[in-house]
Structures are given as structure tokens and as C-alpha cells.
Design a protein around this ligand. Structure first.
Ligand SMILES: [Zn+2]
Length: 229
């Protein structure tokens, strides 16, 4: 079988919905499409309480490809299946307050190899690329962070060793800024280093201009982490 490219209606959907894809050169767009197809081939996407559409699956794949677009042979070893919920969901977990409504979740133990996502949040994420929120990209960034065995905000598979300590110091300073209300990053990034990495990464991909302007040091470090430098 010969790969002849992505179905035209899929391409139209990406063009209409995914700003990251819109901003790529024509050659890069073809490469992005190839990565999307590969993702859909390698991982399962299942609906929990409804039947996922091709468009839902394309957005999940886009969320997976965006953060590792510059890593040509990237594979998520800690993922097997993405489970989609029609809307927010709650789970029974000792560390999560009962009844908490979630948009996305990854983790260890029972969550090993799984990602839960709300389809409503998934679509909202890509509808507004300037709000610096993207549930799918956020959860995939957690998987990248967790790949070295620890979800600690230090993605050691992407970050070269000499940068680990400077990155940890930068996280500390930036979290203090966020918690003090003196940051362009979303408040949620003040939670801990793990959430900081996911939120800062989303910000980098959704609004790099703002990040560069207000947080030049953080921007430069994320350029290194995601291979834009
Ligand atoms: Zn998170």
C-alpha cells in the first residue's frame, strides 16, 4: 500500500480548526499530516459515553503532535488509548476530591497507558487559540514530562542535562510570579511544577509572541526544550 496523503476533508478541517497547522509552511503541513496519520495508526481512541467522530480523533492527534512536532521519531511509550467523554467527567481517586469535574487526565497506576479527555474541552481548546488553554496539548505535555518516570515539570527526555538545574530554578521564580499575580501565565500554572510545565508549554504553542514579550527567559528555555532553537 502506498501512502497518498490525508483525505481532503480532514485537511480542510485541520486548516479551519488548528492554528498551529495553519501557520506551518506547505512542506511542514504535509509532514504534520503524516504525523497525524501515524498517531491515529499507533494509538486507540475510544468513546466512553458516545461515539467519537473523525474530527474528534484529528484534534486528539493534533494535540499529540504539536508539542513534539520537532522530534521526528517521537513515540508516546506511556500511552495506549485515549478515552473520550462527551463532557466533563469525574473519577474516584484518593488524590482527587470527590465530584471534581475534570476536562482531562493522565496518570500512573490505574491510569497507566490511558488519557481521559472531555470532547467538549477538546473542541473548545482549538476554537480559541489565543486563550492559552488547550486541554489536549496540556495532557500530552504531562505524558512527555512523565516519560522519565517522574511528573515533576522537568522533561528529562527533551531537556539536555546542563539545563536541568537552570530550568528548575526558572520554574521556581516563574511560579512565584504567577502566585503573586504578576505573570502572563494562567493562574493554574501556580499549582506546582508539573502543572507549570504543561501550562507554560501550551502558552508557548498558542501565544509565543506574548510569552516572548513578558517572559523572555522562559520563552528561550522552552525554545530549547521543544527544539525551536
Ligand atoms: Zn494538568
Amino acid at each position: 500500500m502506498i501512502y497518498t496523503g490525508m483525505p481532503e476533508n480532514w485537511r480542510r478541517f485541520l486548516k479551519h480548526k488548528v492554528a498551529f497547522y495553519q501557520n506551518l509552511s506547505p512542506d511542514e503541513q504535509i509532514y504534520f499530516e503524516k504525523r497525524i496519520i501515524e498517531f491515529l495508526f499507533d494509538y486507540r481512541i475510544k468513546g466512553i459515553d458516545y461515539k467519537p467522530t473523525d474530527e474528534d480523533k484529528l484534534l486528539v492527534a493534533a494535540g499529540a503532535v504539536i508539542p513534539v512536532f520537532r522530534f521526528n521519531d517521537w513515540y508516546y511509550p506511556n500511552l495506549k488509548t485515549v478515552y473520550l467523554f462527551a463532557d466533563q467527567f469525574s473519577i474516584n481517586h484518593p488524590l482527587i476530591k470527590k465530584g471534581t469535574q475534570l476536562n482531562g487526565l493522565v496518570g500512573a497506576g490505574k491510569m497507566k497507558g490511558k488519557m481521559y479527555l472531555s470532547v467538549k474541552a477538546l473542541h473548545n481548546s482549538f476554537d480559541n487559540e489565543r486563550d492559552k488553554k488547550n486541554t489536549a496539548v496540556h495532557e500530552f505535555l504531562h505524558l512527555i514530562d512523565m516519560e522519565d518516570g517522574r511528573g515533576d515539570g522537568v522533561p528529562e527526555t527533551l531537556l539536555q542535562r546542563p539545563y536541568v538545574i537552570p530550568w528548575q530554578n526558572l520554574i521556581k521564580t516563574e511560579i512565584e510570579r504567577i502566585c503573586a499575580g504578576k505573570s502572563a501565565l494562567n493562574d493554574y500554572a501556580c499549582t506546582n511544577a508539573t502543572e507549570f510545565f504543561a501550562e507554560a508549554g501550551v502558552h508557548f504553542f498558542e501565544n509565543p509572541v506574548e510569552l516572548k514579550q513578558h517572559h523572555p527567559e522562559l520563552y528561550a528555555m522552552l525554545q530549547k526544550i521543544f527544539k525551536y532553537k
